[in-house]
Design a protein around this ligand. Structure first.
Ligand code: SF4
Length: 416
């Protein structure tokens, strides 16, 4: 199952190129561009970052400070007036749904014509709908299925959910009911946000029984997708430890899980729900060979502790070296920080040496940029090669680059 079965929402380099209209000349140039998205880590309920205790939580070894910066953050969103098109609500160690400003943020995102993405455990969705019509309102303000609600479910039954997430066993049924309501509301409205389910597999929730159950549930609910994957090693660990995890867990388990999942996976991306698996190759520790970071063109993160960070996986006081500045309502300062984040002199090894590392998106984008730089160098720095087009940028081989010349004569120097 080595074929890349990811739907287009998971093709991050393409998304970045689409955002930049294929213009790679902006990287580290004088020209300021807004990143594609804001990653907004709302600070839980100010007392607790999250109510669950997932063993695979990426932020397990993070210091988990919670600030009270939401009003300043909202002012920044209002002052940006929609210039950063996607706002992703999730957390390095926080659960967005707990935050009292959550719906205000979502409404602000939509008020300025942007799209939201929500990453949540889904607990309380049903209750929030029953008490104050949260799901109905979420659907009403969403404009299309580019907006999305993604539930990290990680179980096929309440028993394995409880084991996996360390929450109350009955919360599982509440999540399923919340999903059911979200789909019904969308059906009734005839439009609305996408509804995705994610399932991290490991010992405890990986049985055939659990897999069968979750596949039956998502088909019955009629959500849009179900993604299986393996948890990556926790952040804030050195690369040798992560490599040991790769060899001991990721590689052997991936093989087993792939085989076990095979009969349940969708054969075509047109299927609904679309059921797919993403393997550990998308976070492979042995791919961190680059030193330039251009993830800053994709996103900037509002950390739960009240600081802007270079990226979402470093948004914790544990990774202070990735702090860009304090969140306040000053938009000029925010512009300066975004520029500071797009800096050629920042070396990705500063992150790697301190136990930080890129997420799937950052890894894909930084590798693609490294690839681009290598090609650029092999062309002896001919500037015209940088002014390439979107179609060509998603390709990899020299022959693809020759296609640019055929499609756009004059791009390449003689002889190439
Ligand atoms: S962890 Fe990766 S994406 Fe984040 S700032 Fe460091 S190099 Fe960039």
């Amino acid at each position: 199952m080595n074929k890349d079965m990811r739907p287009k929402q998971y093709l991050y380099w393409e998304q970045l190129m689409e955002h930049l209209h294929g213009d790679t000349s902006v990287f580290f140039s004088e020209n300021f561009v807004y990143p594609r998205q804001l990653e907004i880590h709302l600070p839980g309920n100010h007392n607790k970052a999250c109510l669950l205790g997932c063993s695979h939580c990426a932020g397990r070894y993070f210091q988990k400070d919670l600030g009270t910066w939401e009003l300043d953050g909202l002012e920044i969103l209002n002052k940006l007036k929609g210039k950063v098109p996607y706002h992703i609500y999730g957390g390095a160690y926080t659960e967005p749904i707990l935050n009292p400003y959550f719906l205000t943020y979502l409404a602000t995102t939509k008020r300025h014509g942007n799209h939201f993405g929500i990453h949540t455990s889904g607990i309380f969705l049903d209750e929030m709908e029953n008490k104050f019509g949260f799901l109905t309102e979420l659907n009403r303000i969403s404009t299309d299925n580019i907006d999305y609600l993604s539930i990290s479910l990680d179980a096929g039954s309440s028993k394995s959910w409880q084991k996996t997430k360390k929450g109350k066993e009955e919360w599982f049924d509440g999540i399923i009911e919340g999903l059911r309501k979200a789909v019904r509301i969308r059906e009734k409205a005839g439009k609305g946000h996408a509804i995705r389910v994610c399932y991290l597999m490991f010992e405890g929730n990986e049985s055939l029984e659990d897999i069968e159950k979750i596949c039956t549930i998502v088909k019955d609910l009629k959500v849009d997708s179900l993604r299986f994957s393996i948890p990556f090693a926790h952040y804030n660990q050195d690369f040798d430890t992560i490599r040991r995890y790769k060899n001991k867990k990721e590689r052997p388990y991936s093989k087993i899980f792939e085989e076990r999942l095979e009969p349940f996976l969708s054969k075509s991306q047109n299927e609904r729900p679309y059921i797919f698996y993403t393997g550990p190759e998308f976070t492979d520790i042995d791919k961190f060979s680059f030193n330039k970071c251009i993830y800053s063109y994709y996103q900037i993160t509002f950390g739960a502790d009240g600081y802007y960070y270079r990226c979402s996986t470093t948004a914790t006081p544990t990774m202070k070296m990735c702090r860009l500045g304090k969140i306040d309502s000053d938009i000029e300062k925010f512009h300066q920080l975004m520029s500071k984040n797009m800096n050629n002199t920042w070396n990705a090894n500063i992150c790697f040496s301190k136990g930080a590392r890129c997420n799937r998106m950052g890894l894909e984008i930084n590798l693609a940029y490294q690839d681009l730089e290598t090609k650029f160098d092999s062309f002896n720095g001919v500037d015209c090669v940088r002014a390439t087009n979107l179609a060509a940028l998603s390709k990899n081989s020299l022959s693809d680059w020759r296609m640019i010349e055929i499609e756009s004569p004059g791009f390449l120097p003689d002889g190439l």
